[in-house]
Design a binder for this molecule. Sequence first.
Ligand SMILES: *Cc1c(COP(=O)(O)O)cnc(C)c1O
Length: 395
Amino acid sequence: MPDTDRPFLPFALPDIGEAEIAEVVGTLRSGWVTTGPKAARFERDFAAFLGDESLHCIAVNSATAGLHLAAEAVGLGPGDEVITTTHTFTATAEVVRYLGADVKLVDIDPATLNIDVSAIAAAITPRTKAIMPVHYAGLAADMDAVHALARRHGLKVIEDAAHALPTTCGGRLVGTLPSEATVFSFYANKTITTGEGGMLVTRDAALAARAKVMRLHGMNRDAFDRFTAKVPSWYYEIVAPGYKYNLTDIAAALGLQQLKRAEAFRARREAIAAAYDAAFGPASGLPLITPPRARPGDVHAWHLYVLRLADDAPIDRDTLIERLYAAGIGCSVHYVPLHQHPYWRDRYSLEPGQFPHSQHAYERMLSIPLFSRMSDGDVERVIAAVRGAVASAAP
Ligand SMILES: *Cc1c(COP(=O)(O)O)cnc(C)c1O
């Protein structure tokens, strides 16, 4: 049983303040609860946050929806292949299968836990159409190398930026890089939240137009608005079998206020990560590997703090998680790699030996609590519990 003296400390909690609550209540009182003025403002504010108002930002009801729309809009279909990392959440890859295209999973760089660009290069075939890098934990993937490879082979790049608000890569914010599309998540445990939600960001006007149409049933008003001066407000045309992926104004209301706090949230998470680094880093003498830092001058979003046990640690990962749970501390694992899940394993006949770095990291990793509402006392409690669990296991 967990430590009952103190409340259970989960591995993540949303940080919702009075401003968010007031904005949602105002939306409820306004009479407009589905997609409307707040969703439109959230899209504009998001472009402003990324520092480039020429970006098309398309609010959706999940990052999965945004990834699906991006993949559809770049034209993925049966016969196409998309290369992504095995070390991700299934949403990254599943959207490729929605469209009948196939997924080529590749291994990670053991230092960064991000997709290994040399493995991408080795996986390219004449059928390859796109690359989907993930900025794992909030650390940018090597996007210069990904874009160079994409240019050389004529491939589309769709960034899964579910962890990456805000992250920089070579000094530029993720969302502003020269990819076809970048998709952020506002799921409950992400760096800002709308409960459920996401944002598709693109510079490509045609891609944006297609994604907007497909976001809402394949409904098109813009196309005829341009040619017909007088279209009655009730009239619309369906131009494709679209989806129902729009973000409600209730959710957008949360997003408007969360976005204002995104930088403060990040600073707090970074401070907690620095405290963990100091406690668990090489100087601690503990058999732990702390997460990679961003390159000098770059920003890490610190969505996750992923600790790894060293090969010679006297305790295994599952036991460590059990001990932390008994101490009243919640942890998680990001991720059970895709190659190990029955669907992906069986569809592509995958074996752990094809992904040695992901497999090795997975078996030794745990994500410890990291969220802006943690107090300094919470951080000290996690540090003491990890130290205690590892030390008590020492021979
Ligand atoms: C959370 C997450 C998603 C999916 O986000 P939703 O908004 O829940 O659809 C996709 N990819 C990664 C890497 C994630 O962590």
